[in-house]
Design a protein around this ligand. Structure first.
Ligand code: PGA
Length: 256
């Protein structure tokens, strides 16, 4: 069966010392409080990756990821970081397709397909995000838009590579806004995504894919969201910056 996952996305927050101490707190709390019913992934800025990957080396359920990679192997791309460089820190995941990268850095499906292959070729598991804007939801066109975001990216992968992908449904109107999709709205989209996976690959692959919800997820709303049949956990922004809040979300899977 598919994994339950709570992933944190620190975005461009925390200096070096703050990041390494937050991570060590999270690691200790996961060890003390949880029963290992879920995986935890912390996606930090590049500067923290090596340190926190070392800290989590002996943990069987806490992993580390980056928030971006460049599409090329190496070369004259001042300021960029490649998939193999991320991999060499000990990180094992990378977020791709986040709406902030799509909106502020012009990342489109074509580029994301290249980045997906780059991640997979270098042994990084993608956490691939899709989601509609407020206008797209209100116009009713969002089903087609979500289907396109899948078809032109992760659905082009081989069965074997797709099995390494974690999907995240993040309605853009819910990210950092305090507006959460209702559990029913989220479940409806997650079920749709799973059906699309079954159509494109097969039912077994669809049943084994973890699909996370993201967008103003917090300790108050996580339990209801995660209790939906097709929601396998969350991708958490703001609430992943506080160890207590993050653990309370993780503990939804630990009966606390
Ligand atoms: P948020 O961010 O939890 O702060 O809304 C989620 C995300 O962008 O992944």
């Amino acid at each position: 069966m598919r994994n339950k996952i709570v992933a944190g996305n620190w975005k461009m927050n925390l200096d070096y010392q703050e990041g390494i101490s937050l991570f060590s707190e999270i690691l200790n709390m996961v060890g003390d409080e949880t029963r290992g019913n879920q995986q935890v992934i912390v996606c930090s800025p590049f500067i923290h990756l090596y340190n926190i990957a070392q800290q989590s080396k002996d943990s069987s359920n806490v992993f580390v990821g980056a928030q971006n990679i460049h599409q090329n192997d190496s070369g004259a791309y001042t300021g960029e970081i490649s998939a193999s460089q991320v991999k060499s820190t000990g990180a094992s995941y990378v977020i791709l397709g986040h709406s902030e990268r799509r909106a502020y850095f012009g990342e489109d499906e074509k580029l994301l397909e290249v980045k997906l292959n780059q991640a997979l070729k270098n042994g990084l598991n993608p956490i691939f995000c899709i989601g509609e804007t407020k206008d797209e939801r209100e116009s009713g066109e969002f089903w087609d838009i979500l289907a396109k975001q899948l078809k032109e990216t992760v659905f082009l992968l081989s069965n074997e590579d797709f099995a390494k992908v974690v999907l995240a449904y993040e309605p853009v109107w819910a990210i950092g806004t305090g507006l959460t999709a209702t559990p029913e709205q989220a479940q409806e989209v997650h079920a749709f995504i799973r059906e699309e996976i079954a159509k494109n690959f097969n039912q077994e692959i669809a049943d084994n894919t973890s699909i996370l919800y993201g967008g103003s997820c917090n300790p108050k709303n996580a339990a209801e969201l995660f209790s939906q049949a097709d929601i396998d956990g969350g991708l958490i922004g703001g609430a992943s910056l506080k160890s207590r809040d993050f653990l309370d979300i993780i503990n939804v899977f630990n009966g606390r």
